[in-house]
Design a protein around this ligand. Structure first.
Ligand SMILES: [Zn+2]
Ligand SMILES: [Zn+2]
Length: 103
């Protein structure tokens, strides 16, 4: 199991004044926030990133993913375009959100 999953599990469900890196909304306005090493993404921004990945052609740029640190096709986050999420991490965050929702 990857480090991201462990960190994300630790943070989910712990109410703290965190802010989504994707949209800038704070934790009080957001149901669930999944964390990467230095970034946070909410359910809404995750769905948005998944949609942009599914576009033809996908709305990705070549940059470092803020969640796994790999450089590749990454969707920049809307509120802070210095950060982005790659397809692999979008899938991973999707799993985490699904698990969290079924609890
Ligand atoms: Zn967001
Ligand atoms: Zn990634």
């Amino acid at each position: 199991m990857g480090i991201i999953v462990r960190v994300a599990r630790a943070i989910i469900g712990r109410p703290r004044p965190l802010r989504c890196t994707g949209c800038g909304r704070d934790k009080t306005a957001i149901e669930r926030l999944v964390s990467g090493p230095h970034v946070y993404i909410c359910e809404r921004c995750h769905a948005d990133a998944a949609e942009r990945l599914a576009e033809t052609p996908p709305s990705t740029v070549l940059m470092e993913c803020s969640f796994c640190g790999k450089t590749g096709a990454t969707v920049p986050l809307r509120a802070d375009r210095r950060h982005g999420i790659c397809g692999e991490c979008v899938a991973l965050v999707g799993q985490i959100l699904l698990e969290a929702a079924s609890r």
